[in-house]
Design a protein around this ligand. Structure first.
Ligand SMILES: Nc1ncnc2c1ncn2[C@@H]1O[C@H](COP(=O)(O)OP(=O)(O)OP(=O)(O)O)[C@@H](O)[C@H]1O
Ligand SMILES: [Mg+2]
Length: 314
């Protein structure tokens, strides 16, 4: 993948600091002290330094009827560091969901490897929480129970699960909706419930596939800001799939561009050094945002046009 020059250097680098991951050196020091005291190291050094997600030469091909195969993704190399927010953009059908599903352990690569915190992923990725375009709320359960059940299935007692679920619903702005059922909620409110349902389990990695896709533009912005606030308070590694380049830039530390398929490749990588904390609506007015958008779009447009053909422009 070509690493693109930082097209839109912001004069004010990211000031938000301390909520990020522990630097390896501090973990190493802690481990040394524990060893001296006869204790086991808290975090294996290799794992402490490892990327949260590491895709190494990942190729994914699907068997088609009649014995043919379709290669969706070819030789993808991608890392997401602990605490880093990375978005992947690319034309429809290029393989974005396929990549995400491989990171989730829902799909096994035909070649290459998926590593989670330095260890090969075998089976489902239990260290990740998922948020897909369609939420999976249970219609027969109240909002409160929909969130609490995420803890109950992990073995937490009901009283504590309900208590923590109330806390999370307050954080996502739904304190007054706990007794409602999903069909009594707006699309944006349902997304808030799904977000609480995922975050309550405190996953180390968050995988999101067009999570705000069906929402109107204004609600998308509100959800984007909510996501950024929650992420800033407790930074996780995020792999975020979107077709919306503005959304990708506004949210991310890095934007990855995928080529059109078949055999799609990761063809561009753009660091986003816009200052944080960000407001999704206001950051779009920053001249540095415009310069970066123009730069990434000049690459993305080529891939989009391959997908739609020369007669149509995106
Ligand atoms: N099970 C499957 N069998 C055969 N082909 C598949 C299968 N799943 C996905 N594909 C193909 O792989 C390619 C990538 O699909 P994928 O869903 O990852 O695209 P995407 O980039 O997420 O698209 P969109 O933006 O429309 O969601 C597509 O051409 C799709 O038709
Ligand atoms: Mg998709």
């Amino acid at each position: 993948m070509r690493r693109m020059a930082q097209a839109a250097q912001s004069p004010d680098p990211d000031p938000s600091p301390a909520s990020g991951p522990l630097p390896g050196a501090i973990i190493a020091l802690g481990n040394r002290m524990r060893r001296r005291n006869g204790e086991r190291p808290a975090v294996p050094q290799a794992a402490a330094d490892a990327a949260a997600i590491g895709l190494k030469g990942v190729t994914i091909s699907f068997a088609l009827t009649g014995g043919a195969r379709y290669t969706a993704v070819d030789s993808a190399d991608l890392t997401v560091a602990p605490g880093e927010f990375v978005s992947v953009v690319g034309p429809t059908g290029c393989g974005k969901s396929t990549l995400l599903n491989a990171s989730a352990g829902l799909l096994r690569p035909s070649a290459g490897a998926v590593e989670i915190f330095g260890r090969p992923l075998a089976g489902l990725n239990g260290r990740a929480g998922y948020l897909f375009q369609q939420d999976a709320l249970m219609p027969w359960k109240t909002v409160l129970d929909n969130v609490a059940v995420a803890l109950e299935t992990a073995g937490v007692g009901r009283a504590e699960a309900l208590d923590r679920a109330r806390g999370w619903l307050r954080r996502v702005g739904l304190a007054n909706f706990v007794e409602r059922y999903p069909h009594m909620l707006s699309g944006g409110q349902r997304k808030r419930v799904a977000l609480a349902q995922m975050l309550i389990r405190d996953p180390e990695i968050i995988l999101m596939d067009e999570p705000f896709g069906p929402l109107d533009a204004q609600t998308r912005q509100i959800m984007g800001n909510l996501l950024l606030d929650l992420w800033a308070a407790n930074r996780k590694a995020v792999l975020f799939i979107t077709h919306d380049l503005e959304e990708a830039i506004a949210l991310s530390d890095r934007v990855i561009v995928m080529s059109a398929g078949p055999a799609a490749r990761l063809v561009g990588e753009f660091p986003v050094s816009l200052p944080r904390p960000r407001d999704i609506a206001e950051i779009r007015l920053d001249p540095a945002f415009h310069r970066l958008h123009k730069e990434i779009w000049s690459h993305l447009r080529v891939e989009v046009q391959k997908t739609y053909g020369p007669g149509e422009t995106a």
